[in-house]
Design a protein around this ligand. Structure first.
Ligand code: DQA
Length: 139
């Protein structure tokens, strides 16, 4: 089983960026924890992060027919990018949308997602645990 976690813009700053909202763990540390959690299942976990919309599109195209699941936190592009929504709709691999914070408790512009209509499911507000829940779903 091949599952990839894809993080969009500013998520490389996790641990340093607004820790009161996004927590104090870096994603690299969290990935180690996550791989440990799934060590006994046959899931092969990989990770990709980019701050560039086009790179996220290229990555979705590249893996879109060859993985079993994609866990996608597109950051702010969630609320702006028709192109990313089209890519999620185009590919065959199912996508779960994850947000660390509860976007519905925050500014109104974070309440709408272009991606959600094309995703298998959406997990918001559970911190980094949301990624774990999404991987668990695919497993
Ligand atoms: C986020 C929520 C987005 O609104 C924000 O732009 C992010 C992170 C989250 O994980 O809570 O960059 O996707």
């Amino acid at each position: 089983l091949k599952v990839i976690i894809i993080n969009g813009p500013n998520l490389n700053l996790l641990g340093r960026r607004q820790p009161e909202i996004y927590g104090e763990d870096t994603f690299e540390d969290f990935m180690l924890h996550l791989k440990g959690k799934f060590v006994d299942s046959d899931v092969e976990l990989s990770y990709f992060q980019s701050n560039h919309e086009g790179e996220l599109l290229d990555k979705l195209h590249e893996i879109g027919w060859s993985y079993d699941g994609i866990v996608l936190n597109a950051g702010a592009y969630t609320h702006t990018s028709v192109a990313l929504a089209d890519a999620v709709a185009a590919i065959e691999t199912p996508v779960i949308e994850v947000h660390i914070s509860n976007v519905h408790k925050r500014e109104a512009f974070r309440h709408h997602s272009y991606l959600s209509p094309h995703c298998e499911g959406v997990i918001v507000g559970f911190g980094l645990r949301g990624y774990e829940l999404a991987v668990q779903y695919f497993v």
